[in-house]
Ligand binder design. Structure first.
Ligand code: SR1
Ligand code: MG
Length: 421
């Protein structure tokens, strides 16, 4: 139920709302009647307006239902509260890597924030085969900074429990992930869709595939039980805006205290989906330097994240877990240093499992990705999707067989080779 005083705004409503808001008026300049306002939301959940005067702002307002599906699927407005809180926390630990918030209105479930221009959504850039040399590195740094600093490796138990409490009631958005990522793709669910009839066979196989279903449920168990750090919760390439030189992570409305590997796996999955979408469209399956670049960036996501996370752990061991005072002799310092690598290896394999789930859900579940959806010819799309599905299954079932990220990208290349198609 929307709270008293909530109303979804149209263009005129946005104009009056911002005109009564000094912080927005100052940024926009001009008379309100001269502001140019357009609704540009193309995500699954919310309204998004770009408002331009002399300056510009973005207004994001939650709807009381899932926009993609309609009013039959109600969704709490409180996601706007979780998003604004996550953005504040992320800005504290990863300054300059998120949009700046100018105003948050809890009652209207509305955030006024920085208009990122000339940024575009990373997914769209990757679909156009654009090179963003810094994007993967910056996303990896964002993950290391936000995930390390909101974990008990950096903070007290008391602070961590306060964080858990702040985000604990983001249950409706977590439930979307629990159902859409970990469960529905492996069963008959009303809103599932896939390229049919081409993928009918593999969809039916996945529904019968007990090892695969068990592995997906293990990942779901981790997702709901591992309160490790404040995760973004929906870190795909549609949640990143880029220019050649700037990268910002947006849209953390799915944030809660969950497994670190979920964010890492999500972004790796989306770079790999881009890779398979391009490989599937290649006529002859011959060499493709853009696909090689995508795999190189996939490697960067992990290697930069791992190095930065370890560096933070070595330099700021301020948390109550692996507490500094326990490891002061040279032997125990060395033991802790060795253990950090064991810890990262587990995180890596967990991330691969999550990546597998995230790839499968985008092909067999409700919410698909434009990388694949934009492929008009269903046979070509099915070819790309099948390569991605088979590879994702391997990620989920054989995460332990990958000793490093270069193994993963080599296997992706192998799955996309003409002999396999
Ligand atoms: C019903 S919402 C579907 C998806 O959109 C969001 O971007 C999340 O990824 C969610 O799973
Ligand atoms: Mg989103």
């Amino acid at each position: 139920m929307p709270s008293a005083g909530y109303a979804p705004l149209d263009i005129n409503g946005i104009r009056s709302y911002l005109n009564a808001l000094p912080v927005a008026r100052d940024r926009l300049g001009q008379e309100a009647s001269a502001w140019r306002i357009r609704e540009v939301g193309d995500g699954n959940l919310n309204l998004v307006f770009i408002v331009e005067g002399k300056g510009a702002v973005v207004v994001k307002q939650a709807l009381p239902y899932v926009r993609l599906v309609g009013e039959s699927w109600p969704l709490p407005l409180k996601r706007s509260f979780f998003e604004s809180n996550a953005l504040f926390i992320q800005e504290r630990y990863a300054p300059g890597l998120t949009p700046q918030i100018y105003h948050f209105d809890d009652r209207m479930a509305l955030i006024v924030m920085e208009y990122l221009s000339p940024h575009i959504i990373l997914r769209k850039g990757l679909m156009q085969r654009k090179i963003y040399p810094k994007a993967a590195t910056t996303i990896a740094q964002f993950m290391a900074l936000t995930l390390y600093n909101t974990s008990m490796l950096a903070s007290s138990a008391e602070a961590h429990k306060a964080r858990i409490e702040l985000f604990a009631s983001n249950t409706a958005l977590c439930k979307i992930t629990e159902d859409l990522v970990f469960t529905d793709p492996y069963r008959e669910a009303a809103l599932n869709r896939w390229t049919s009839p081409q993928l009918d066979g593999i969809k039916a196989e996945f529904e019968r595939d007990n090892p695969l279903k068990l592995a997906a449920q293990e990942k779901k168990w981790q997702f709901v039980t591992e309160a490790q750090a404040l995760i973004h919760g929906d870190l795909h390439t549609g949640s990143v805006m880029v220019t050649d030189s700037d990268t910002r992570v947006i849209d953390p409305e799915f944030a809660f205290v969950g497994p670190i590997a979920f964010d890492v796996g999500a972004i790796i999955a989306n770079y790999l989906l881009s890779f398979f979408s391009h490989r599937g469209q290649s006529q002859d399956g011959g060499p493709d330097s853009y696909c090689d670049w995508l795999l190189g960036q996939t490697e960067m996501l992990w290697t930069v994240f791992e190095a930065q996370f370890l560096k933070l752990w070595e330099q700021q061991p301020s948390g109550e877990v692996f507490a500094q005072g326990l490891f002061e002799t040279p032997e125990s310092t060395a033991a802790l240093a060795a253990h950090r690598h064991v810890f990262m290896q587990k995180l890596f394999r967990d991330a691969l499992g999550f990546a597998g789930c995230k790839m499968i859900r985008r092909i067999l579940g409700l919410a698909h990705v434009q990388d694949m959806e934009s492929i008009k010819d269903p046979d070509v799309r099915a070819r790309a999707e099948t390569m991605a599905l088979i590879f994702a299954r391997q990620l989920l079932l054989q995460a332990h067989g990958f000793s490093g990220i270069a193994d993963v990208t080599a296997a992706a290349q192998e799955h996309a080779s003409p002999a396999k198609v």
